[in-house]
Design a protein around this ligand. Structure first.
Ligand SMILES: C[S@@+](CC[C@H](N)C(=O)[O-])C[C@H]1O[C@@H](n2cnc3c(N)ncnc32)[C@H](O)[C@@H]1O
Length: 340
């Protein structure tokens, strides 16, 4: 089956990465020479972003793109697709939480993470991600290891599942929903389709979304420890970026976007990092029309400041993030500081 995934925010992401690569090339210091510039695509998928980056840096044969994916099927498909780029591209199977060891601790000019699942993962019923098919409740991005969603549901405590639904699915009445999920699972709803049908019968149907949508999203994030993975990536990459380098992350739901936004804002308050676009970039109406997955995508870019330029005056002002409700205030404060 062909590996068909429509890459979101492709041009903007490749442009951000290529700008990082150019800035790195201009740096006198930084530990990389013009013969050794490493770009990491931490979520290789079908290789759409990698291909765009390789094309955008075609005039720089010393730029090497390393693709990482935890799904062996993605590694195989993208490696085939990018064969024509020869030694400029290589791929490795693994989790991006292991990025420092997968890159051998080498400094990097740019890192890209396009979070979540790919269309082929979602569309194949046997992977169990979609409630529109009736595959086993698997949901592992790497089918070769770790417990499936069914394994985890078989042993989870009610309160812990409620936390999962609340944290990763934004489900307000999470104890009640968790009780229904466990009840139906224990009564034999052990495939994606059966569980979705039972949830549709018992959960509120007043919204336009299928009632199982947020439950399935939460289970998937839980099974793949997506937030833990993202936290590790956000902790590791800034220390590996060379001056001028770029870190681009595309998020698809509020939990992961909050994490990226606050981590980047925190780093940009110091002297070594900048946010070229504080609000991030979203897809155009035209892109959303042709690829509905793009609707909730947001690209955030963090750049490592040049080694040769001092901090901007705004960086010396201090202000505090109190909690998530302060986001608007945080951005308003920053806008004011940026105009000083
Ligand atoms: C949205 S797709 C990426 C699509 C890709 N940018 C493209 O244009 O084809 C996300 C991919 O990241 C992989 N992935 C998600 N979390 C990962 C992690 N923690 N470590 C490695 N790969 C991960 C998934 O297996 C999936 O193939």
């Amino acid at each position: 089956m062909p590996y068909a995934h429509a890459t979101v925010l492709c041009q903007a992401t490749a442009a951000a990465v290529a700008a990082g690569v150019r800035a790195v090339a201009l740096e006198a210091a930084g530990g990389q020479t013009a013969t050794d510039v490493l770009v990491v695509d931490a979520t290789l998928g079908g290789g759409g972003h990698s291909e765009a980056i390789l094309r955008a840096t075609a005039d720089a044969p010393h730029v090497h793109v390393l693709g990482i994916d935890r799904d062996p099927a993605a590694i195989e498909a993208a490696s085939q697709r990018l064969l024509g780029f020869g030694p400029r591209f290589s791929a490795v199977h693994g989790c991006f939480s292991e990025l420092p060891s997968l890159t051998g601790g080498r400094p990097v000019a740019a890192v890209l993470a396009d979070l979540g699942v790919s269309s082929p993962q979602f569309d194949q019923p046997e992977r169990g991600f979609s409630f529109r098919g009736d595959g086993p409740l698997d949901m592992r991005m790497d089918p070769s290891q770790g417990p499936t969603a069914a394994d985890k549901l078989a042993s989870v405590r009610l309160e812990d599942l409620a936390d999962v639904l609340f944290e990763y699915g934004d489900i307000r009445r999470s104890i009640g929903t968790a009780r229904i999920v466990l009840d139906e699972f224990q009564k034999g709803a052990t495939t994606a389709g059966k569980l979705a049908d039972r949830l549709a019968a018992r959960l509120d149907r007043s919204r336009s979304l299928h009632p199982a949508t947020h439950v399935f999203q939460a289970l998937r994030i839980w099974v793949n420890d997506e937030i833990g993975q993202l936290e590790s990536l956000l902790a590791a990459v800034p220390a590996l970026l060379v001056p001028g380098g770029a870190f681009a992350v595309i998020t698809f739901h509020s939990g992961e976007d909050r994490l990226v936004k606050h981590t980047f804002a925190e780093l940009a308050r110091g002297q070594h990092f900048d946010l070229p676009n504080r609000r991030g970039e979203v897809a155009t109406a035209a892109e959303v029309a042709s690829n509905p997955r793009a609707r909730s995508a947001r690209l955030r870019v963090l750049t490592r400041a040049s080694a040769n330029v001092g901090p901007s005056p705004a960086k010396s002002k201090k202000w505090r993030v109190k909690n998530d409700n302060d986001d608007e205030e945080l951005e308003e404060n920053q806008r004011k500081l940026d105009t000083i």
